[in-house]
Design a protein around this ligand. Structure first.
Ligand SMILES: C[S@@+](CC[C@H](N)C(=O)[O-])C[C@H]1O[C@@H](n2cnc3c(N)ncnc32)[C@H](O)[C@@H]1O
Length: 242
C-alpha cells in the first residue's frame, strides 16, 4: 500500500468497490498483458499523445482519470517533460505500480486514491486524459462525469478519452467481441491472461460512441470528434473554448 497517497474518499459504492478489488488483484500482472489484450495498442495510445501535441505546449497540467499503473501518464511525461500530472485511481495496488514506473518524475506527479466519478476533480487542468477506464461507468454517470471534466478544465483545455465503446446494436457488439477474441488469441494471449481479462470485464459498463460524443457536446465541449476507431477501441476528444 502507498502511504504517501492522499485518500480522498472514505465510502465507495458497491460497483466502485468491485472495481477496486478486481484491479488490486490483477495489478501485479497488469502491465505484461497490455499489448496482447489491446490489439491496436500503439495507434490507440499514440493518438492521445498526438492530440496533446497538436493542441498544447509547455508545462501543462494534466489529470489522468483511472490512471492505473501509469501507462498513459508515462506517455504524457515523455511527450511533455515539463508537465505535471495528477493520477487518480480506485486501486492503490495499481497506483503503487504507477509510482514505480514514474519514479524518475517524483516532483511532477501527484497520486490520489478514490472514485473520480464522485470526487471533486480539482484543477484547473490544461488536459484531462483517460485510457480504458471511463467504460466502467454506466451511461448517465458518464454524462455527469463529462460535466465535471468540463468544469475542471482551463479554458482552451482538452479532454481526451481512449476507451472501449459498446456496439450500437447487438449485432455490432457481437462483431466487436468476436474480433477482439480472434485477435487476442492470434497474439498468443494465454488462457490465464484471458481469464483475468474476463474477470475485469464483468465490471464494464460500455456505452455507444454516439451517446458519448453527444454527451460531450451537451456538457459544453466544442470540436468534439472521434479520431481513432478500431472495432470497440476509440479515441475521442472535446475542447473547452478560450
Ligand atoms: C483497464 S485499467 C486502465 C489503466 C490505465 N489507464 C491504462 O491505460 O493502462 C482501468 C483503471 O481504471 C480504474 N477505475 C475504474 N473506474 C474508476 C473510478 N470510478 N474512479 C477511479 N478509478 C477507476 C481502475 O481501478 C483501473 O485501475
Amino acid at each position: 500500500m502507498i502511504s504517501s497517497l492522499k485518500n480522498i474518499q472514505s465510502t465507495l459504492s458497491d460497483h466502485a468497490t468491485t472495481i477496486q478489488t478486481v484491479f488490486n488483484k490483477h495489478a501485479q500482472a497488469y502491465d505484461q498483458t497490455r499489448r496482447g489484450l489491446i490489439p491496436p495498442y500503439d495507434p490507440f495510445y499514440g493518438t492521445v499523445s498526438q492530440l496533446l501535441r497538436a493542441h498544447l505546449s509547455g508545462p501543462i497540467r494534466v489529470l489522468d482519470l483511472g490512471a492505473g499503473t501509469g501507462l498513459l501518464s508515462g506517455m504524457v511525461l515523455s511527450a511533455f517533460p515539463d508537465a505535471s500530472v495528477t493520477l487518480i485511481d480506485l486501486s492503490e495496488a495499481m497506483l503503487e505500480r504507477a509510482r514505480e514506473r514514474l519514479s524518475d518524475h517524483v516532483e511532477a506527479v501527484t497520486f490520489r486514491v478514490g472514485d473520480y466519478a464522485h470526487a471533486s476533480l480539482g484543477g484547473p487542468f490544461d488536459a484531462i486524459v483517460s485510457a480504458l477506464s471511463i467504460h466502467h461507468i454506466a451511461g448517465e454517470g458518464k454524462l455527469a462525469l463529462f460535466r465535471q471534466v468540463f468544469q475542471a478544465l482551463q479554458p482552451g483545455g482538452i479532454f481526451i478519452n481512449a476507451d472501449q465503446v459498446a456496439g450500437s446494436s447487438p449485432e455490432i457488439e457481437a462483431h466487436y467481441r468476436k474480433n477482439w477474441l480472434e485477435r487476442v488469441i492470434a497474439a498468443g494471449v494465454t488462457e490465464e491472461t484471458l481469464a483475468g481479462a474476463r474477470e475485469r470485464m464483468l465490471a464494464d459498463r460500455m456505452s455507444p460512441l454516439a451517446d458519448q460524443l453527444r454527451g460531450l457536446a451537451e456538457a459544453g465541449f466544442t470540436q468534439v470528434n472521434c479520431w481513432f476507431k478500431d472495432f470497440s477501441f476509440a479515441v475521442y476528444s472535446g475542447r473547452k473554448l478560450d
